[in-house]
Design a binder for this molecule. Structure first.
Ligand code: PSU
Ligand code: MN
Length: 305
């Protein structure tokens, strides 16, 4: 019987890794729980295309019928995007999902863990999970932050949505020993908005400099990841006050309806799309593509070192 915990690495991804060529990992909870059908499929395809257009190989990671897949075919991508009832797998869920032969989108935490096992050094997503507002009562702190302290994978994101408590999120990242750097900015971005107002210690301005950062991290043999914070392009940003009011409303609704645990983030993401009449989705898609392009450029620079 084949080992169910073995990674099923797509041929194009395996070949690129063996030859030291650029590969970018991509997550799949954004497909299963982060965006509605059919924009989830169109976005996943366009993000893969953006990576390929830069000359890197995309590797979307997901669990399909209990198989840990690194790199999906077009048919597999469509399958996971169109299915309903897929699980949301963070690190703690991986073993159960494999043992039960389930299908799941992998969160940033689970995707980092699997990318590190596959030997992929960089990964692009939209926003990471973080410390939720009110965490002093709920203790709701995403496993993404702890995984960033464990798995050596650089994560390119547009910061964190202000559904989260961003100052507390940055504190936990510091506690976890995660290097958080701004790309072309001195401030941690807030997903739809280019700045959260929170100053960062480190700023990098080119993919080559970011590749040098990753190389130093590896030579130091530091465990854990690096968080590359890439602001949403100005043209795609949403007005800060408007989105803030909508987020506050969605957070209040979640509390009033008793939404808790792993359902919180998908609930809030869905409500924000509804309350903005779909405009938040357009910004979301643009920033993910922007992150995928940057990750591909850094991966290319890394492959030249
Ligand atoms: N934040 C977003 N979009 C997303 C997610 C977070 O702006 O799609 C997804 C990611 O997959 C992330 C996960 O890893 O939600 C975090 O979930 P939780 O807060 O339950 O850890
Ligand atoms: Mn949580």
């Amino acid at each position: 019987m084949p080992d169910p915990t073995a990674l099923e690495i797509a041929p194009a991804v395996a070949a690129a890794l063996a030859e030291g060529r650029a590969v970018v990992a991509l997550e799949s909870t954004i497909i299963t729980h982060g965006m509605p059908w059919p924009q989830n499929l169109a976005t996943a395809q366009s993000v893969e295309d953006a990576v390929a257009a830069e000359g890197a190989v995309p590797a979307t990671i997901a669990v399909l019928d209990g198989v840990l897949r690194v790199g999906l075919t077009a048919g597999q991508l469509e399958d996971i995007a169109s299915r309903t009832g897929s699980a949301k797998a963070s690190r703690r869920d991986l073993s159960a999902v494999v043992a039960r032969r389930q299908t799941a989108g992998t969160t940033v935490a689970a995707t980092m863990f699997l990318a590190a096992r596959a030997g992929i050094p960089i990964f692009a997503t939209g926003g990471i999970g973080g410390v939720h507002r009110g965490a002093e009562d709920t203790f709701d702190i995403s496993a993404d932050l702890v995984e960033l302290g464990r798995s050596r994978v650089a994560v390119v994101c547009a910061g964190a949505k202000s559904i989260l408590d961003i100052p507390k999120t940055l504190e936990v990242l510091e506690t976890q020993g995660v290097s958080v750097v701004g790309y072309g900015t001195d401030y941690f971005p807030a997903f739809y908005a280019s700045s959260s107002g929170q100053r960062l210690e480190h700023r990098f301005d080119s993919p080559a400099d970011l590749a040098a950062l990753l190389a130093a991290h590896r030579r130091l043999d530091l465990p854990g990841g690096i968080l590359i914070a890439n602001p949403v392009p100005e043209a795609d940003a949403l007005p800060a006050e408007e989105i803030e009011a909508i987020i506050a409303r969605a957070v209040a609704e979640a509390a009033a309806q008793g939404v808790a645990k792993k359902a919180v983030t998908p609930f809030l993401l869905g409500r924000i799309v509804e309350l903005t009449g779909g405009r938040s989705l357009i910004a979301n898609i643009a920033l993910i593509q922007n992150n995928a392009r940057l990750a591909a450029r850094v991966a290319l620079e890394l492959s030249r070192l």
